[in-house]
Design a protein around this ligand. Structure first.
Ligand code: PLP
Length: 384
């Protein structure tokens, strides 16, 4: 059997795609296959924190590729030690160890496994609207996955979903059978829904009271996206485990599970494992990303540009904003997909969310106010 000559794509037909083909990219700009520039306010699902063709990032990857492109965790490498230490110091939080993996879902899968194994309890509590990934455990705690795409005959543990922001429900749902609560402090796919300090602090208090772990999924909202290293810093709530990915590698696939000393003490050789996780290219990417965020003052810039968007972009079809830093949800009067399509015609790429009236912005941290002005002008010209 040979290939079907009439077939134009051999990629699995599982992604709805924007009417945009990217040929190259630099800074905050994409260039499409017709040679036209498109302002990227979506950053490849929150990944391109440093934007494109960042000199330090590109040089670090090239240099690591030349010196040693891969060795597994069975072999010691300084770049791996440096990446883990740099990530903990960047967090400014009392974490004691880092397990490096490949994707956000894998980081969550490992965090959940640790919580279930250590507590020997059957239940994970997640939050309505949360997204945690597509694997068996991460999908099990993703709100709405079972109805839409989960696919496995049953979840690997009991799951309940807590209504967002419902302080009263916490005590009734998080109890003696709960191994962990997993929460995105700022929900991404839901539409940049900021759960806020009181709710997160109440989860922390209840987890302490019943002996459950608190897991922050900062795959989307971490690594500077909110203008703080992590949302845990922003809201001053310390989880037992924190997962992060996306902007961590600026496009080089990598993810991390950060753990406190108490969690680390439950681990022994072979408790966890991975082939590609913590590979030297990924570690060089992590180091380069943190170096750029720190040396270029990008946290401050995220806070400033995020505030500028909120101040200036409530125009045209946009009536309100939500989120934190450069994880922005703009509430639209008309369906956000219409606004997204109209903006793309004006050369601006924005995202949408599971809330059909939220236009989601996840731009590179290097975004400038002049780029926000372009968005404001384009929105002002649209029909409300
Ligand atoms: C909050 C959150 N957690 C987990 C994931 C899954 O990450 P990955 O696609 O790298 O497995 C995502 C991806 O969008 C996410 O936004």
């Amino acid at each position: 059997m040979g290939a079907d000559l009439a077939q134009t794509s051999y990629l699995a037909p599982v992604f709805a795609q924007y009417p945009l083909e990217v040929a190259s990219a630099s800074g905050v700009w994409l260039t499409n296959s017709r040679g036209e520039r498109v302002l990227d306010l979506y950053g490849g699902h929150a990944v391109a924190g440093l934007g494109y063709d960042h000199p330090g990032f590109t040089a670090a990857l090239a240099s690591q590729a030349h010196s040693c492109n891969f060795q597994t965790n069975a072999v010691a490498m300084q770049v791996r030690e440096r990446a883990a230490a740099r990530l903990v110091s960047f967090s400014g939080l009392p974490f004691a160890s880092v397990f490096l993996v490949n994707s956000g879902a894998e980081a969550n899968e490992n965090a959940l496994k640790i919580a279930l194994r250590v507590t020997q309890r059957p239940r994970i509590v997640a939050i309505e609207g949360g997204f945690h990934g597509r694997t068996a455990a991460a999908g099990a705690v993703t709100f709405g996955a079972r109805e839409k795409w989960y696919g496995f005959p049953r979840t690997p543990f009991d799951v309940s979903f807590l209504p967002r922001g419902d302080l009263a429900a916490i005590a009734s749902q998080v109890g003696a059978d709960t191994a962990a609560v997993i929460v995105e402090p700022v929900q991404g796919l839901a539409g940049a829904v900021d759960l806020g300090a009181p709710f997160l602090a109440a989860l922390r208090e209840r987890c302490d009271a019943v002996g459950a772990f608190l897991i922050f999924d900062e795959v989307q909202c971490g690594v500077g996206r909110t203008g703080a290293p992590f949302a845990a810093n922003l809201y001053k709530v310390m989880p037992d485990m924190l997962t992060t990915a996306k902007a961590l590698g600026n496009g080089f696939p990598c993810a991390a599970l950060l753990m406190t000393a108490a969690v680390t003490a439950t681990l022994k050789p072979e408790s966890l494992g991975t082939t590609f996780g913590g590979g030297p290219m990924a570690c060089a990417a992590i180091e380069a990303v943190i170096e750029a965020i720190e040396s270029e003052g990008l946290l401050e810039r995220v806070r400033r540009t995020g505030a500028y968007i909120r101040e200036h972009c409530i125009v045209g079809p946009v009536t309100a904003h939500q989120g934190a830093g450069l994880l922005v949800g703009l509430r639209t009067q008309r369906p956000a997909r219409q606004i997204q399509a109209e903006l793309l015609e004006c050369g601006i790429l924005a995202g949408t969310a599971s809330d059909p009236h939220i236009l989601r912005l996840l731009p590179p941290y290097i975004l400038e106010e002049e780029h926000v002005d372009m968005l404001r002008d384009a929105l002002s010209d649209l029909t409300p």
